[in-house]
Ligand binder design. Structure first.
Ligand SMILES: [Zn+2]
Ligand SMILES: [Zn+2]
Length: 249
């Protein structure tokens, strides 16, 4: 039986030096704790964002089962039924609206490379959650050497490399080359769009029977993804999927 008046056990009073030492350790721990890439105040919870900022992300929850175009329910859209694309499936977990558009523009135009970690984290998570079959190889959407020299980096290659490391899949940055510059698809009329990308991509070797995932930051018209897929299928790929962080609405 416990003695009723047993005094509570208390820690010995810290000396002033010990207290200062403990405070320094606490401040150091706080300084090292990753903070949210968006608000820069909250502690990181997942994919570089805090709990609050994760709630701001719009999911591409219901979309076309082939091209990932946002729809009110999961089915194959009219466009894909009429003219099926060369790729087998596009996977785009998010919608290209605020704040995701800001994140991806920051990565592309303002060298905010941390957002590649956000994109790769979201994409890897989505691929695992939806039970995607692991591809034989990951390839980023290529840039022409002229654009690459001008910008200094390929944001899709950054994202692709992180996904490849997380999933343990090889990435090839030189399987598909972009051999000439092309105009923005959105600036062109329907007829011009068809010719704009024709022959702009080259596959460097045969990929017979291979399952390849093309990684991009944003999926817009899907024309670039389709042209690359057409080239890969011509070189023997058995399956081509497109993984992009966000889909335009
Ligand atoms: Zn935040
Ligand atoms: Zn579709």
């Amino acid at each position: 039986m416990a003695f009723p008046f047993e005094p509570a056990i208390t820690a010995p009073r810290a000396t002033r030096v010990q207290a200062l030492g403990r405070l320094a350790v606490r401040l150091w721990d706080q300084a090292l704790q990753p903070i949210c890439l968006n608000c820069r105040t909250g502690p990181e919870s997942n994919h570089g964002l805090c709990e609050k900022c994760l709630q701001l992300i719009s999911l591409n929850a219901t979309c076309c089962e082939i091209c990932a175009r946002p729809l009110t329910q999961n089915l194959v859209c009219g466009q894909c039924q009429k003219i099926p694309p060369f790729f087998d499936r596009a996977l785009t977990p998010l919608l290209y609206v605020d704040p995701v558009d800001r994140f991806l523009c920051g990565l592309k135009y303002r060298e905010q490379f941390s957002f590649a970690r956000f994109a790769a984290g979201v994409m890897t998570n989505h691929a695992l959650k939806t039970g995607q079959k692991a591809p034989d190889m990951i390839c980023p959407v290529p840039m022409t050497s002229k654009t690459l020299r001008k910008r200094g980096f390929n944001q899709s290659a950054f994202i692709g490399q992180l996904i490849a490391w997380q999933l343990g899949i090889p990435m090839s940055s030189n399987l598909i080359l972009k051999t000439r510059d092309t105009a923005h698809q959105s600036d062109l009329k329907a007829k011009e769009r068809q010719n704009n990308l024709k022959g702009a991509f080259e596959c460097k070797r045969q990929v017979r029977g291979r399952h390849i995932v093309i990684v991009d930051d944003v999926l817009t018209t899907g024309a670039t993804a389709n042209e690359i897929s057409k080239t890969l299928k011509k070189y023997g790929a058995s399956r081509v999927d497109i993984w992009a962080c966000a889909r335009t609405v």
